[in-house]
Design a protein around this ligand. Structure first.
Ligand code: FE2
Length: 307
């Protein structure tokens, strides 16, 4: 997670990575959310919830129900954590922004999920840079009620310390990106979504599952750790797991040390690249990326002409 500076409102220095975990945690102040903010949650919720059947995996949908996440109000983390703890031992803690990697990994290893304490403004319904309570509470938290995925998230947090020792944090964060944020899963009904970055965006949900443009490749840890991504645009490649058991097994039971030792010397892959070793479920047309590149070129030409 990126360091973003000081959270002025809370007086927390988010560039300081060595403080005890409760330094980074704040009160969610649930009682302070306005009716307009609860209404923003409701609008976002309704828009996504109606399209989820046929898109989201069943474990995620079960989590939404089991945790009583409804359109009526922003979830109160105290109540949400009570239910979550009884299911998988996880809790949700409010943080004032993106926290440094070290405490982030430690929280996950402790089964504490850091969630944004604010909700996006109505003017930015489709995209926000920093994760808010909708991205975290609606996108991430439901799946933490699944025991296997919950164990994977803890194992991932534990792997963080080791990655720091090997100076491979950015490579490990790619695993988070292509699974927890943008992961797809193979099911009996077809490919479904489990990544929170997709599930909190109607545009990306349609794009990730139905569009011909992006690649859909079989999950492979080393491949993922060597793959670049764009953090502020639709993904050009998605990785598809067979099951959450596979995700857990390939992370918790694997020792990444030998992988890290060779990783920094090996070439990296561009976001849209397909390699000879990939198991390709869908070879993307790349139409979206080409269109974007053409628009960018045109914009630059116009700016050049105006100068
Ligand atoms: Fe996220």
């Amino acid at each position: 997670m990126a360091d973003l500076g000081t959270s002025a409102e809370h007086g927390i220095d988010l560039t300081n990575k060595d403080m005890p975990l409760d330094y980074y945690m704040v009160d969610q102040n649930w009682d302070q959310f306005t009716s307009e903010e609860h209404g923003t949650w409701g609008l976002l919720y309704e828009r996504m919830r109606n399209m989820l059947p046929g898109y989201a995996c069943k474990e995620y949908l079960k989590g939404l129900d089991d945790l009583d996440i409804s359109k009526d109000e922003i979830p109160d983390f105290r109540r949400m954590s009570e239910r979550l703890k009884s299911l998988t031992g996880w809790e949700v803690v409010a943080v004032p922004g993106m926290i440094p990697d070290k405490p982030f990994f430690k929280m996950l290893a402790n089964r504490q999920f850091p969630s944004g304490d604010f909700i996006r403004p109505r003017a930015s319904m489709d995209y926000i840079k920093e994760p808010d309570v909708f991205h975290d509470g609606f996108g991430h938290v439901p799946l933490l009620s699944n025991p296997v995925f919950a164990d994977y998230m803890q194992a991932y947090g534990e792997a963080g310390q080791k990655a720091m020792d090997h100076k491979c944090v950015n490579r490990l964060l790619r695993l988070y990106w292509f699974t927890v944020e943008f992961g797809l899963i193979q099911t009996d009904e077809g490919i479904r979504i489990y990544g929170a970055g997709i599930l909190s965006s109607s545009t990306e949900s349609k794009f990730a599952l139905k569009d011909d443009s992006p690649n859909r490749l079989k999950f492979d840890v080393e491949r993922i750790m060597r793959t670049k991504y764009k953090y502020d645009d639709l993904q050009q490649t998605y990785f598809v797991i067979d099951s959450f058991e596979q995700l857990f097994k390939d992370t918790a039971e694997a020792d990444f040390t030998p992988l890290y030792e060779g990783l920094l010397q090996k070439p990296q892959f561009e976001a849209a690249e397909i390699t000879a070793d990939d198991v390709v479920l869908h070879k993307g047309t790349g139409a979206y990326a080409k269109e974007k590149a053409a628009q960018e070129k045109l914009k630059q030409a116009q700016e050049g002409a105006d100068a």
